[in-house]
Design a binder for this molecule. Structure first.
Ligand SMILES: NC(=O)c1ccc[n+]([C@@H]2O[C@H](COP(=O)([O-])OP(=O)(O)OC[C@H]3O[C@@H](n4cnc5c(N)ncnc54)[C@H](OP(=O)(O)O)[C@@H]3O)[C@@H](O)[C@H]2O)c1
Length: 237
């Protein structure tokens, strides 16, 4: 899959949050190479001190974006947390831990909601603009047949509800703007590395990024509020 390079003059601004991540970094490359935007801005903890657990850092980033004076056309939140040195997804309720659950909620749900709080008001009224937060199919309650991963599943379900709610408010002032959550598929990144086996429909970040941009390109106002997979199909809540 190749995303078409625009022959029109580039317009506006695209923002990607989490550009040090596997999918975030690939999204930045694909969007930059498409030459559709006058400016593509990436934020990350390492480069900008942008931390989802600090509303002040989110506000600072939004202020910097507003100061550029370019119409904001796309915001993608490509951050997420499944595991790290001090945290593994739970296999059983015996492993439930309050601090771990709260951390998962802070990064996977509360942080992206605060990004929406500070960035959605920057969208131009009367023009198409897209806010897409990367979610996960395992956050679907209706599709949960395997169990496990309590905190990650629940936090992604909360993210879906927060974005759905924001989409309804957004429609009142920005009828052409779109707010969705997207499932990228299983992608070979640090987040998925301990859990996928080769040949299990795992795709490279560059391919995943192209698929996601293709879904974003096809979004219509009527799609706002949905959780969509990497083919653009709505997933059950
Ligand atoms: N990979 C998959 O198979 C898969 C499947 C379904 C859904 N997803 C979703 O896709 C998204 C991207 O995942 P990925 O696979 O690209 O994972 P990744 O390579 O681990 O990237 C995750 C990014 O999130 C950032 N992050 C974590 N905590 C943060 C915080 N407090 N503040 C700011 N940034 C923070 C990390 O920043 P640092 O670099 O600073 O640590 C990292 O860059 C996530 O929402 C994930 O849930 C992925």
């Amino acid at each position: 899959m190749t995303i078409e390079v625009s022959s029109n003059p580039p317009t506006g601004l695209a923002v990607i949050i989490g550009v040090q991540g596997g999918i975030g970094s690939a999204l930045q490359d694909v969007i930059t190479n498409s030459r559709r935007y006058e400016k593509v801005l990436g934020f990350s903890r390492a480069e900008d001190g942008f931390d989802l657990t600090s509303e002040a850092s989110i506000r600072t980033a939004a202020t910097a974006v507003a100061a550029l004076g370019l119409p904001l056309r796309l915001v993608i939140v490509a951050t997420g947390l499944l595991h790290d040195a001090s945290m593994q997804p739970e296999k059983t309720w015996r492993q439930l831990d309050a601090d771990q659950l709260l951390r998962s909620f802070a990064v996977n749900a509360v942080g992206p909601a605060l990004v929406a709080k500070h960035f959605l008001p920057l969208f131009p009224r009367g023009d198409k603009a897209v806010f897409a937060a990367l979610s996960a199919k395992v956050g679907s309650i209706g599709d949960n047949h395997l169990g496990g991963w309590y905190g990650y599943r629940a936090a992604k379900a909360a993210l879906n509800q927060l974005m759905r709610t924001a989409s309804i408010e957004l429609r009142r002032t920005h009828p052409l703007a779109i707010c969705v959550t997207l499932h990228p598929g299983t992608v070979a990144t640090a987040l998925s590395a301990p859990f996928h086996s080769l040949g299990h429909d795992t795709v490279k970040p560059s391919f995943a990024a192209e698929r996601l941009i293709s879904v974003i390109d096809g979004l219509r106002s009527i799609d706002s509020g949905l959780m969509l997979d990497h083919s653009g199909l709505p997933l059950p809540w």
